[in-house]
Structures are given as structure tokens and as C-alpha cells.
Design a protein. Structure first.
Length: 146
């Protein structure tokens, strides 16, 4: 598997944890930063990650900002992207099974009820169910640009 990972200054530490975890799982990760605490703009990192995702044979992307909100909303403005911002492992699993999300976002300043690596694993290990969920995704994606 291959993933692209990007974050703003609010996600530097969590990105390190996630990269280490992906490495342990044998998932190739391309990291686009930022890797310092200097203030940057999260839409720039969402854009970089989505463009990289589109350019290669990626399985998914991971985006992190302080809350996960700004960077996920930014990614979701880009064509073909379904970036989930799960509250827990259940939501992370279901967003793959039902929404076939291709990006997952986290907040580096958020207290999650479980380790983020566990939430991420629930997303990675789930399978899209297709069927009626594909119909709903088709309708969701048809909303782009409206
Ligand atoms: C940056 O201070 C912060 O606004 C950003 O990381 C994110 O939380 C925005 O949604």
C-alpha cells in the first residue's frame, strides 16, 4: 500500500506518529510536510497532497491540521476527493465501508478517545461495500461544482 501524508504546523507531532506507524505496517508513505512549527496555511498542504495523490498509484491520503477541520474541508473542495474526519475507530471503519473515503484527516490538537494509529488502522483495514453505497457516492460526487 502507498499513502501520501501532509500537515500544517498544528499536525507536525501527530504526522511523525502516523509516519512511524505506517512504516511499521509496511505502508509506503510520501511525506509532504510541513515538518516545523513555523506557521503555514493548511489549504496549501491539502492541495499538495491531493495533487500528489492524483499523480501516483496511491491507496489513500492522510491530512492533519490543528483540528483536522480546515485541511479536510480544503481537500474536499478538490475534484474526486472524499476526505473523512472520523471521531473514532467506528467512524473510520464506516467511512471506508460506506463512503469509500480516499483521504482521512486528524486533528493534532484534538483529544481522541482512542490512539489515532488505531483509528487509522480501522480505516486502512476496512473494505468498501459497494452496492447501494456506490449509488450514494455517485450522487455525492455529482454535487461537486453545484
Ligand atoms: C492553525 O492555527 C489552525 O487553524 C489549523 O491547524 C486548523 O486547526 C484549522 O482548521
Amino acid at each position: 500500500m502507498k499513502a501520501v501524508v501532509a500537515n500544517d504546523h498544528g499536525g507536525v507531532e501527530l504526522a511523525k506518529t502516523i509516519l512511524e506507524h505506517l512504516g511499521k505496517r509496511g505502508i509506503e508513505a510520501v511525506y509532504l510536510g510541513t515538518d516545523t512549527s513555523e506557521s503555514v496555511d493548511y489549504p496549501d498542504y491539502a492541495e499538495k497532497a491531493v495533487k500528489e495523490y492524483r499523480s501516483g498509484s496511491y491507496d489513500f491520503g492522510v491530512l492533519i491540521c490543528g483540528t483536522g477541520i480546515g485541511i479536510s474541508v480544503s481537500a474536499n473542495k478538490m475534484k474526486g476527493i472524499r476526505c473523512a474526519l472520523p471521531q473514532n475507530s467506528y467512524a473510520a471503519e464506516m467511512t471506508k465501508r460506506h463512503n469509500n473515503a480516499n483521504f482521512i484527516a486528524f486533528g493534532g490538537r484534538i483529544d481522541y478517545p482512542e490512539p489515532v494509529t488505531q483509528i487509522l488502522d480501522s480505516f486502512i483495514d476496512a473494505e468498501f461495500e459497494g452496492g447501494r453505497h456506490q449509488r450514494r457516492i455517485d450522487k455525492m460526487m455529482a454535487l461537486e461544482g453545484k
